[in-house]
Design a protein around this ligand. Structure first.
Ligand code: 5AD
Ligand code: SF4
Length: 477
């Protein structure tokens, strides 16, 4: 038998890329590849790239420059190292990558990972291989069919892709071009994946997709199911105690999703719902197809059915034409909603997107300054949210042993890491934890007596009063 070949994957960007990296590992395992954390002894290095924000392709080219040195060194030692570029930069740049970086053996777009073994073979015989088409065959179907291609359980929490691509065409965003049009996986395939993961110890599933709540996969009844219906079905699977989904678009929040939050205790009360801006003028220029008030109303619909729900969001500052007044509207929205956390980015023009042709660029100094102001506000909300957990008893799903001996770590409903001194045998269980202190972003606590023995209310006590109150002030506004 041949010795295993070593595979090193460096992943950038979103959770979809993390998931795709795992799928690449699973696809290459039958070819004798095992993962290695080190680039130097790898037989195959894959850069799983992201194109969503600034200078992504330049970063890839400088990384490839460094890899050329490593590859040359391997060759001097009589080893062959192959280099593949995957992900959205591969999709966007295609042949250009091989032209600019001849060190690359394989270029593979996000729709073609299941062809990696054939592409590597082709690169071996022809010197290079490139595939950045959107093939008509069902990528998900291929990966789900033989068990060797299905995603392996890795620990307690797992991602499952339910849809890919986006038809929204926000004017700043490359996703509709790099990931293509919106495609949903059929319900039965997702249920099969979830069942298999649960049988292998997974307790929490996060459904992922670029626009996950646009999900409309075919159900066993032949009809298109909503994300809410899918969540209801997944909640029936024994062993799955927590469900999440990401990333949602405010326009695609329908009644079935709200009902899922009302009806399913397994569905965690923490929703990532990007708004990007609080200014209607900018939202229109971004082609978001909703106003700031529409967004507030969506938030209120969630809060009406789950008092303890918390939100995170994405923001872009310095979109072309953004005035100080527009930016103040964003700050006002953040203040009103009250987030448990959020990501904020400086606008960066993405080649080929409509916004890249907009002329009214915001000065770099203004962008920097706005980003600092927005991040300060978000940080203060996040800290308040985390501090509010101290003294409460909250449910924690334990995921692994911590670095400190004797400690295990899990996550609260709001994805806050929580550390306790306890036996690793508890990994995989959801247990009440009395939170005693906060260390940076981690909660520290101790196992609490079971629910019947305590008088403190559970998770719902975690949402700080000001965050709940903010929904009431916006109600009907
Ligand atoms: N510039 C800055 N941020 C962007 N994002 C997407 N495209 C751009 C861009 N061109 C951000 C959005 C999105 C997140 C994933 O990345 O906030 O929600
Ligand atoms: Fe990009 Fe999200 Fe807009 Fe789709 S909805 S175009 S993924 S920002």
């Amino acid at each position: 038998m041949n010795p295993p070949r070593k595979l090193h994957i460096k992943s950038y960007g979103c959770q979809m890329n993390v998931y795709d990296a795992q799928r690449m590992v699973d696809t290459l395992a039958p070819e004798g590849f095992v993962e290695t954390a080190s680039v130097d002894d790898a037989d195959l290095v894959i850069l799983n790239t992201c194109h969503i924000r600034e200078k992504a392709s330049e970063k890839v080219y400088s990384e490839l420059g460094r890899l050329r040195v490593v590859k040359d060194e391997a060759a001097r030692n009589g080893r062959t190292m192959s280099i593949a570029v995957a992900g959205c930069v591969a999709q966007a740049e295609g042949q250009e990558i091989i032209r600019r970086a001849p060190v690359v053996d394989v270029v593979v777009g996000p729709q073609s990972y299941h062809h990696l073994p054939q592409l590597l073979a082709r690169a071996k015989s022809h010197g290079r291989a490139l595939e950045t088409e959107f093939p008509v065959e069902d990528k998900f179907g291929f990966l789900a069919a033989p068990s060797a291609h299905a995603i392996r359980a890795r620990g307690i929490s797992s991602f499952v892709t339910v849809q890919e691509g986006c038809d929204k065409f926000c004017t700043f965003c490359v996703v509709p071009y790099t990931r293509g049009t919106e495609v949903s996986r059929p319900v039965t395939k997702i249920v099969d994946d979830a069942r298999r993961l649960a049988d292998n110890g997974v307790r929490e599933i996060t459904l992922i997709g670029q626009n996950v709540n646009a999900y409309h996969g075919e159900g066993p009844d032949g009809r298109a199911w909503t994300l809410g219906a899918l969540l209801h079905r997944l909640a029936e699977i024994p062993g799955i105690v927590r469900l999440r989904y990401s990333t949602s678009h405010p326009r695609d929040v329908d009644d079935s999703l709200i009902a899922a939050h009302r009806d399913l205790p397994a569905l965690m009360p923490f929703v990532h719902l990007p708004v990007q801006s609080g200014s209607d003028r900018i939202l229109a220029a971004m082609n978001r197809r909703h106003t700031a008030d529409d967004y507030r109303r969506v938030i209120d619909r969630f809060r009406a059915v789950r008092q303890d729900i918390a939100f995170s969001s994405d923001f872009i500052v310095g979109f072309p034409g953004e005035s100080e007044e527009d930016f103040l509207a964003t700050l006002a929205l953040v203040t009103q909603i009250g987030y448990a956390g959020a990501y904020s980015f400086k606008y960066s023009p993405r080649p080929g997107t409509p916004a890249a042709d907009m002329r009214e660029m915001v000065a770099a100094t203004d962008m920097d300054e706005r980003l600092v102001r927005l991040q300060e506000l978000i940080d203060s909300q996040q800290s308040a949210f985390n501090r509010a957990a101290i003294g409460n008893t909250v449910d924690v799903l334990f995921e692994r042993s911590a670095r400190n001996p004797g400690q295990i770590v899990g996550r609260t409903a709001y994805l806050q890491p929580a550390h306790v001194m306890a036996s690793p045998e508890l990994i995989g269980q959801v247990l009440p934890v009395k939170i005693e202190s906060l260390e940076r972003y981690s909660l520290l606590g101790r196992l609490a007596p079971p629910p019947e023995a305590r008088s403190v209310p559970p998770v719902s006590a975690m949402t700080p009063a000001h965050l709940v109150a903010s929904s009431q002030t916006t109600m009907g506004a």
